[in-house]
Ligand binder design. Structure first.
Ligand SMILES: NC(=O)c1ccc[n+]([C@@H]2O[C@H](COP(=O)([O-])OP(=O)(O)OC[C@H]3O[C@@H](n4cnc5c(N)ncnc54)[C@H](O)[C@@H]3O)[C@@H](O)[C@H]2O)c1
Ligand SMILES: [Zn+2]
Length: 362
């Protein structure tokens, strides 16, 4: 097992990474401070892993909420059903919420924990690659609103994160690849050496070699926690974690949530960001091609949907949370392993990226 510390002063917490950690009582119980626990999971994950987590919490008053599966249920209604369960079972301010599942369960549970009685403790047990390398770390919690994804939320850091690599064995392969897009992201934005490693080892990771997965998760979490430690509330540098996301969110919205997985849309979005960076002369064409090549070899989409027009991209990207005072700010690359946030680019170059089609990064 490896342990990483997210360094956030009095909100610091450990991330445990390894195989078979899910029901290791020595990891979870030191982070439960009262005598009540509420485990939140969903109907897909519950039959796989709930009993084991319940077993390690058996010394406490342990209640459970099983949500329906899917991004469509990342809503205030789900948060409310957690409040109902907490109040019905008389949970007090010392209760601990445990999020067992992917990013959807983690985001909902973290937000419920941030709000219940003005904030109670919570523990993340992420069970998808995306949630192990990204969403469980950093304290962003929240739900969707009919008018926008992740529009209601709070910053609320967990007590600890327990990433059990064994749980990825039951994850559908498409979900594993989608999570891998966020892994490639860390290589591109801040860790060129890791990008080199991924070029050599993507196959072992995607075939669930446990050692390769553990290394990937550890290095990804280390990168993310370093960025978060510099800028917990995203007033600056933290936004580099959104490489490819402004393009990607436009793709997700245009295609309808669920048709393209988040990681798939981000993959195509990162190719677009690399293409634009090369057009601006900030990275070499060779580096842009390397970015696209790894995404393709990982079995991820490297091109946006053929039916999307420039106008659709412009309209959808202009509602992005990174738009400040009307200027579109994008995360762009200055090297493999180095990113900047900038609105200082010619619109024509962006339009060329939208219309490049198969020639992206060429
Ligand atoms: N808070 C953040 O910083 C942050 C960062 C990135 C993404 N997110 C959010 O994360 C969400 C996406 O997370 P996700 O990709 O984990 O999706 P998800 O939570 O929907 O999980 C994907 C699918 O895998 C299933 N599943 C989970 N674990 C499994 C397992 N071990 N075996 C079999 N099936 C399993 C789930 O039930 C679901 O059907 C989005 O809502 C996104 O907005 C948040
Ligand atoms: Zn993402």
């Amino acid at each position: 097992m490896q342990t990483l510390e997210v360094d956030l002063g009095d909100r610091s917490y450990p991330i445990y990474i390894g195989s078979g950690l899910l029901d290791n009582p020595g990891l979870i119980t030191p982070h439960i401070h009262g005598n009540q626990v509420l485990i939140v999971t969903n109907e897909t994950v519950a039959p796989l892993y709930l009993a084991r987590v319940e077993a390690v919490c058996s010394a406490y008053q342990c209640d459970v909420v099983v949500l329906p599966d899917g991004e469509a249920f990342k809503t205030l209604e789900s948060v409310n059903s957690i409040f109902d369960a907490l109040l019905n079972a008389r949970h007090n301010r010392t209760t601990t919420l445990v999020a067992l599942g992917g990013g959807v369960v983690g985001d909902i549970t973290g937000f419920a924990a941030a709000c219940y009685q003005r904030g109670v403790n919570f523990i993340q047990i992420p069970t998808t690659l995306l949630s192990q390398v990204d969403s469980s770390v950093g304290g962003k919690t929240g739900v969707n609103h009919a008018m926008g994804k992740n529009m209601i939320g709070a910053f609320h850091q967990p007590q600890c994160v327990i990433a059990d690599t064994e749980t990825l064995k039951t994850l559908p392969e498409r979900e594993l690849r989608a999570g891998f897009a966020e892994v490639i992201k860390y290589g591109l934005i801040c860790d060129g050496e890791f990008f080199d490693w991924l070029e050599m080892n993507y196959d072992s990771v995607l075939s669930c070699n446990m050692a390769a997965l553990a290394y990937t998760i550890e290095r990804s979490c280390r990168n993310k926690s370093q960025v978060v430690a510099l800028d917990e509330r995203e007033s600056g540098i933290r936004a580099i974690l959104n490489l490819g996301h402004t393009f990607g969110h436009a793709i997700e919205t245009a295609q309808g949530y669920g048709n393209w997985l988040h990681g798939e849309a981000v993959a195509a979005g990162m190719v677009m960001a690399a293409d634009l960076s090369a057009r601006l002369g900030w990275i070499s064409v060779a580096d842009a091609q390397r970015s696209r090549a790894l995404i393709e070899r990982a079995g991820l989409p490297a091109l946006p949907p053929k039916n999307m027009t420039s106008q659709q991209f412009i309209d959808l990207m202009s509602v992005d949370k990174k738009v400040i005072d009307g200027a579109l700010r994008l995360v762009l690359l200055t090297a493999i392993g180095d990113a900047v946030i900038s609105s200082d680019f010619e619109t024509q170059a962006l339009l060329d990226t939208f219309t490049a089609g198969d020639q992206l990064c060429a």
